[in-house]
Design a protein around this ligand. Structure first.
Ligand code: PXG
Ligand code: PLP
Length: 455
């Protein structure tokens, strides 16, 4: 097959050409019949192959909050690729990973002190789960292996992550996973239209204050001597932006501490600005034992993620490591702390600071909240939830086709020049931190208009 020059000519978009790429989390048959090819990006906008400008209403996939094509990040990547394009991840080091680890630790809640790098959020999830199990083994408590996730949780697509994950479609096809159990989700009933955190109680039909105590039930069932860790997202992103009720994370923290269970926060979406703070941990005022990150740490420009551990966890591994020429944790990826990805992350942290991005998110969040809750009463809208610069809408299902309307809505939005995410019975919004109030307004107004015209 002859390839058109990708830069100079309009890209080929016929189904025969598109066929060879088996696309991830995509309806391949539909996409290849109606391709949506993006060929450029600058600021808060994508350019399509047919030359249209599309507002990036999900910051890529929750990862490009600073906007696209930033010169400072692009230059850092180019410079690093030309200087040290790859260095072996095992038994050798390069200066950028140490600088990045120090810079990340400085932005973490007090007590999270050691960074293990991965290449993605899924790798971070599985890394944190393995870290938790081997930690207990190192402490002579090898029976602590069970991993507790939460219904509606998303922890990526690897076997550990889908075992603790709680989105049925991501797990049910794949058979036996890792030994796990699940807490109930924290989503208030449709029609609650909670702004930010649901109150501990006071939402009709919603026992917010009791939800964390479900962990006690799980402990009673399995016994704490079999449980290594609890993993939750501070707020669930993929499930449609599900915010925990007030006091919930504090209560989970207390129960985990009392029963010697590690608490893992999966901050792949909540980390590095989306919550109007450096972490969800800071935004919600609770410090986990392990904290996973990815996505926004490099503004999406290079794939990189990681797990930040408490000092005592790191020290436990070091103490149990045997002779010091031996490794302490038999785990790592070829691309752990990839130098070009580290350069992208360092430039991103610089940019987040230079732009005062956290303050910007905080300042924009009330406007965003008011705008999205303005969709209450719009056609098909069963619920709206929000936190920081993230919002999820629950869309009333067509009979027998829960996922149909969200898909129709997202496609209609794309035709209008707006990219939004659809999944399950939800529409998700996560606009760039650099969005203006006017851009938020036009995104939400286009969504309102689209809902009105959706069958
Ligand atoms: N944990 C959490 C909390 C996530 O949100 C992952 C792990 C996996 O990260 P990787 O880098 O392996 O994809 C994620 C990723 C969406 C959407 O629109 C969410 C994610 C990825 C793609 C789309 O809801 N979350
Ligand atoms: N599979 C094989 C055959 C390998 O040799 C390696 C790494 O050396 C891997 C998988 C793991 O790849 P990565 O380190 O990129 O996760």
């Amino acid at each position: 097959m002859t390839s058109p020059h990708p830069q100079s000519a309009a890209p080929r978009q016929d189904a025969a050409w598109l066929d060879a790429h088996w696309m991830p989390y995509t309806g391949n048959r539909e996409f290849k019949a109606n391709p949506r090819l993006l060929t450029g990006a600058a600021g808060a906008y994508y350019t399509t192959a047919d030359g249209r400008r599309i507002f990036d209403g999900l910051s890529g996939l929750w990862c490009s909050g600073l906007g696209h094509g930033r010169r400072d990040i692009v230059d850092a990547v180019a410079r690093q690729a030309a200087t040290l394009d790859y260095s072996p991840a095992f038994q050798f080091g390069h200066p950028l990973s140490f600088e990045l680890a120090n810079r990340i630790v400085a932005r973490m809640p007090q007590g999270l002190t050691h960074v293990f790098f991965t290449g993605s959020g899924s790798e971070s999830a599985d890394t944190s789960l393995k870290m938790a199990r081997a930690y207990w083994r190192a402490k002579g408590r090898a029976s602590k292996t069970r991993l507790i996730g939460r219904v509606k949780g998303y922890h990526g697509v690897n076997f550990g992550g889908i075992s603790v994950g709680g989105i049925a479609a991501n797990r049910k096809l794949y058979g036996q996973g890792v030994e796990a159990d699940h807490l109930p989700h924290t989503q208030p009933p449709a029609g609650s239209f909670c702004r930010g955190m649901p109150p501990a109680d006071g939402v009709p039909g919603y026992a917010g204050a009791a939800l964390a105590d479900e962990l006690l039930r799980v402990i009673e069932l399995h016994d704490a001597s079999t449980i290594a860790a609890v993993i939750v997202e501070p707020f669930s992103g993929s499930a449609g932006v599900v915010i925990p009720p007030a006091g919930y994370l504090q209560r989970l923290r207390r129960i985990c501490t009392e029963h010697d269970i590690l608490l893992i926060f999966d901050e792949v979406i909540t980390g590095f600005g989306r919550c109007g703070d450096w972490t969800g941990a800071a935004a919600f005022g609770v410090t986990p034992d392990l904290l996973n990150f990815a996505k926004q740490v490099s503004n999406g420009v290079q794939p990189i993620g990681g797990v930040v551990a408490r000092r005592e966890i790191y020290d436990t591994y070091m103490a149990a490591g045997g002779p010091d020429y031996l490794l302490e944790f038999a785990h790592g990826y070829t691309y752990s702390a990839h130098p070009v990805a580290c350069a992208a992350a360092l430039a991103t942290l610089d940019a987040l600071e230079a732009d005062d991005a956290i303050a910007r998110v905080r300042a924009l969040a009330p406007h965003f909240e008011a705008a999205v809750h303005g969709l209450r009463g719009a056609r098909h809208v069963a619920d709206v939830r929000n936190f920081g610069l993230a919002a999820g809408l629950t869309i009333d299902a067509l009979p027998g086709e829960a996922a149909r309307r969200p898909y129709d809505i997202a496609m209609a939005m794309y035709r209008k020049g707006f990219y939004v995410r659809y999944g399950g019975d939800t529409i998700q919004l996560a606009p760039p931190f650099i969005s203006t109030q006017a851009e938020i307004d036009s995104l939400v107004s286009a969504l309102g208009d689209t809902l009105q015209h959706t069958a």
